[in-house]
Design a protein around this ligand. Structure first.
Ligand code: AHR
Length: 489
């Protein structure tokens, strides 16, 4: 028996909605085809952005969207992507397949996408190969409200009012594709570049410094020591890669129980990473003024057979649903330091929400996890005590809980064990729940996934294996499943 105690009266930390953020890069078929089809396309669109994708994503309440990269960000020159589309220059995407793109999706189109999704933009600036002036002018172009060369140019290009832009990243993975820098060198460059990012009018920029990846704790240490007083957020990247070698990451759909276990164990590692990076941050910033921004996370497998290796197109199974549930539970639990996270990536790349094939679109099991978990956005995190059985060497259950403004309690539970259900007894202090609603995402086989031929193979269903016994909620979480329980007064 597993035991969960919810300390509802101690709930005080808000779960920032931006933990449910997303990332869209000029990579493979994410921006082009995934979002942008152009105004003349036969695929139904709004000003060039496909309607089916907008509609699906609106359902999951995307709070913030990061763009244009990724590695692409430090090669992107924003001026190439504004002005009349037919006059825009082409560029070669050196990182991702060496393809030439026409820059038809640029700043105006991205801001339009954010408006259509009702989401906040998060722009990644080019520190690796761009100049300070270029970065400064991009922020001026987007946010200056008076008369200035950049705001005049924006108006000429059809946008009178400045946009609201809060989140700005100063470079991406500058320890790698963003310039192969040492942390000391990047810290100096960061301080230099960020000096020229200005607030205009009421617009206040939240500056995000490039942080570490995986267990590179030294990077976090140096950045915090050198530049904590000049940043609002520090990033962290971690991908769940089942294979031990980069050349053999493992298939997205063809895996056995052992690979299932390894993948989930690696997903659970996010907890240790956040704990250790946060401990370093606490040393320099005990008041937690600097947010930890996990702006790239998710599964990374070998690409689907027959697809361009530079396009990172992969399928998405029940295993990905578990990986998503585990991560979101971990982020919720660390809500005091983690203020944003962005899954990589929204469409057609890595652990995607939607997959498209010309005019067709399907949603993935990961999409449904985001749909179920959206109840936690801006709710108060409930401190929990969990006694869980083991699945091999890792906990069998991953859990988080929150209380919303209406006083409803939402508990999200993943059972990682592929064979055995988990009996659970939940002690609920401080509220009297009269009604319990539950949803479950699971499927018969671990590698079940949605396809264009069978788009509804994996989707959430109602669930009733729970009952209230006094102040206890008693029930069973089926093997390999993600469950949402809502307790209503
Ligand atoms: O998401 C794919 C790539 O992974 C990003 O471009 C880069 O930042 C990371 O290495």
């Amino acid at each position: 028996m597993n035991k969960l105690i919810l300390n509802i009266e101690q709930a005080k930390e808000k779960i920032n909605k931006n933990i449910y953020g997303h990332f869209a890069e000029h990579l493979g078929r994410c921006i082009y085809e995934g979002f942008w089809v152009g105004e003349d396309s036969e695929i139904p669109n709004t000003r060039g952005i496909r309607n089916d994708v907008i509609e699906a994503l609106r359902e999951i309440n995307i709070p913030v969207l990061r763009w244009p990269g990724g590695c692409f960000a430090d090669e992107y020159h924003w001026k190439d992507g504004v002005g009349p589309r037919e006059e825009r220059t082409t560029i070669v995407n050196n990182h991702w397949g060496g393809v030439t793109e026409n820059n038809h999706f640029g700043t105006h189109e991205f801001m339009d996408l954010c408006d259509l999704l009702d989401t906040e933009p998060y722009i990644s600036g080019n520190l690796g190969s761009g100049t300070i002036r270029e970065m400064q002018e991009w922020v001026d172009y987007m946010t200056h409200d008076g008369e200035s060369p950049m705001s005049d140019w924006r108006k000429e290009n059809g946008r009178k009012e400045p946009w609201d832009l809060k989140y700005f990243g100063v470079g991406n993975e500058n320890w790698g594709c963003g310039g192969n820098m040492r942390p000391e060198y990047y810290a100096d460059k960061y301080k230099n570049y960020q000096t020229y990012i200005n607030d205009h009018g009421d617009n206040k920029i939240f500056k995000i410094a490039c942080g570490s990846h995986d267990s590179n704790y030294h990077w976090t240490e140096v950045l915090m020591e050198e530049a904590a007083d000049k940043m609002d957020g520090l990033s962290l990247h971690y991908y769940t890669v089942p294979g031990d070698e980069w050349e053999n990451k493992g298939s997205a759909t063809d895996f056995d129980q052992n690979e299932w276990y390894i993948t989930l164990k690696k997903a659970m590692y996010m907890d240790e990473l956040i704990t250790k990076h946060s401990t370093i941050m606490d040393k320099y910033d005990p008041e937690k003024k600097v947010a930890l921004i996990v702006d790239e996370w998710g599964t990374w497998y070998d690409v689907e057979p027959g697809t361009n290796p530079g396009f990172l197109y992969q399928q998405n199974t029940l295993r990905d649903a578990l990986v998503a549930g585990i991560h979101l539970n971990i982020f919720n639990q660390h809500a005091d330091r983690v203020k944003m996270a962005n899954i990589a990536q929204t469409a057609n790349v890595l652990q995607a929400m939607v997959l498209t094939d010309e005019e067709d679109m399907i949603v993935t099991p990961t999409y449904y996890v985001f749909k179920m978990f959206k109840v936690h956005q801006e709710a108060l995190q409930i401190p929990i005590y969990l006694e869980t059985e083991k699945y091999k060497e890792i906990p069998k259950l991953s859990v988080s809980a929150s209380k919303n403004e209406q006083g409803e309690v939402n508990i999200t539970i993943c059972n990682l064990d592929p064979e055995n259900e988990a009996k659970i007894e939940t002690v609920i202090n401080a509220i009297k729940a009269n009604e319990v609603e539950a949803k479950i995402l699971s499927s018969d086989n671990l590698n079940d996934h949605n396809t264009f031929e069978n788009p509804d193979k994996v989707k959430p269903e109602g669930f009733d294996k729970f009952s209230m016994e006094g102040q206890k909620l008693v029930g069973e979480i089926p093997s390999s499943s993600v469950v949402l329980l809502t307790l209503k007064k």
